[in-house]
Design a protein around this ligand. Structure first.
Ligand SMILES: [Zn+2]
Ligand SMILES: [Zn+2]
Length: 137
């Protein structure tokens, strides 16, 4: 895809847009990536946390974090007290916009044109070893 001139959605400056991803200029994109990395590192290190804790610890705004989740760039860890909601039925999902059930229904409706499906949190895995029997060699 050819690069086009676009207005940065954050600082409103014109920049050369490469044709994919959020419309951030290089400066804002660097900040965005730094923020995302901070949230991801926090989740990797601390596991499940509520939104308030994440915002406090990382200094990243809740709306920004939710956008990462919607975009599938972040996933909420298993066992977290907060999840984002499926936009169709309102059930809990860990990333994306729709739960697998709704996505399946919509796939039938839209003939396969969908993006942004997130896993539902598993409710019965507490205390079990999640990766047991899944050796990736
Ligand atoms: Zn910018
Ligand atoms: Zn749903």
């Amino acid at each position: 895809m050819a690069a086009t001139t676009e207005v940065c959605i954050k600082c409103k400056r014109l920049f050369n847009y490469a044709g994919f991803g959020a419309k951030y200029c290089p400066d804002c994109r660097a900040v965005d990536e730094e923020n995302r990395k901070r949230v991801k590192d926090f989740l990797d290190e601390h596991g499940a946390a509520n939104m308030y804790e994440i915002c406090e610890a990382t200094g990243v705004k809740e709306a920004v974090i939710k956008q990462y989740l919607r975009d599938g760039m972040l996933e909420i860890p298993e066992g977290s007290p907060v999840f984002i909601k499926c936009e169709r039925c309102g059930c809990d999902i860990r990333s994306g916009r729709w739960c697998p059930e709704c996505a399946a229904k919509m796939t039938a409706d839209l003939k396969g044109c969908y993006v942004g499906v997130g896993d539902k949190p598993k409710k019965d895995t507490a205390g079990k070893m999640r990766f047991m029997g899944r050796n990736r060699k």
